[in-house]
Ligand binder design. Structure first.
Ligand code: KIV
Length: 295
């Protein structure tokens, strides 16, 4: 059953997402990191595209998200911007780009909007980021919050662990979500928390929640592009559903190319350019003339 309503091509904004929550219409979100990926995601009608700092791992091969820089995030956001017409485009602020001072955070966030064409930035952390969210929103930078398992806190958390399992942790998550909403966040990502907790947070908030490893009761769902497509090299997390095995398809194509080149099967005559008939005839008659002089 399709639950899509309204004009499929209408530009998605933060208000559209808010209205979708009010209408109980599920929000779709995926990451994208380059022009081709962004076009495919946008043309599939996905509502929200996140240039996630997960690109540190899936695009750049780092072990975690911490090393990715402002420059790298801006570079990928610009490429994605060129591929997106309809979706609401959000860029992740990288680790340490919003932690030092509010002033620096606002300057960095503004670069995503002004230089790279993002429509919002995402920052990780709850209650402790509330004042920063207020400041960013006051500077006309829409903000997406991100709580629960926040990958930029990998060392502080002691690994990638499901959060919000004790009563105290559940209460803190609820405080975090409400503090972000009050501060003006337009969407809140809930990552790696029990579905029951995500359901309670989602019910409590007016702004939409987007879940990843947070169960089906969130207002929307996000996955990492490469996870969904089977383009990663490690076993996927429990919540990942692979909709394709693109990595295997690419490997097969590469092996077939290698075999064809080695066996002389590529390129064929049909895949080669040819001289015009007149030029070929002229070359042949010149060669014949040379040969007859030699005789
Ligand atoms: O960086 C990322 O891709 C993310 C999402 C998975 C929520 O933060």
């Amino acid at each position: 059953m399709s639950i899509t309503t309204g004009d499929f091509r209408a530009k998605i904004t933060a208000s559209t997402l808010f209205e979708k929550k009010q209408r109980h219409e599920i929000i779709t979100c995926l990451t994208a990191y380059d022009y081709a990926g962004a076009r495919l995601v946008d043309e599939a009608g996905i509502d929200m595209i996140l240039v996630g700092d997960s690109l540190a791992m899936v695009m750049l091969g780092y072990e975690n998200t911490l090393p990715v820089t402002m420059q790298e995030m801006l570079h990928h956001t610009r490429a994605v911007r060129r591929g997106v017409k309809r979706a609401f485009l959000v860029a992740d602020m990288p680790f340490a780009s919003y932690h030092v001072s509010q002033r620096e955070a606002v300057r960095n966030a503004a670069r995503f909007i002004k230089d790279a064409g993002a429509e919002a930035v995402k920052i990780e952390g709850g209650e402790k980021r509330a004042r920063l969210v207020e400041r960013l929103v006051g500077a006309e930078v829409p903000v997406v919050g991100h709580i629960g398992l926040t990958p930029q806190s990998v060392h502080a958390m002691g690994g990638y662990k499901v959060q919000g399992k004790t009563l105290q942790a559940v209460e803190q998550l609820m405080h975090d979500a409400l503090a972000l909403e009050q501060a003006g966040a337009c969407v809140i990502v809930l990552e790696g928390i029990p579905r029951e907790v995500a359901a309670m947070v989602t019910q409590e908030l007016e702004v939409p929640t987007i879940g990843i490893g947070a169960g089906p009761e969130c207002d929307g769902q996000v996955l990492v592009f490469h996870d969904l497509l089977g383009l990663t090299f490690a076993p996927p997390a429990k919540f990942v559903r692979r909709y394709a095995e693109v990595g295997a398809a690419i490997s097969n194509a590469l092996l077939a190319f290698k075999d064809d080149v080695k066996s002389g099967g590529y390129p064929s005559d049909a895949e080669s350019y040819h001289l015009p008939k007149e030029t070929l005839a002229a070359i042949q008659s010149r060669a014949m003339a040379k040969r007859s002089i030699g005789d």
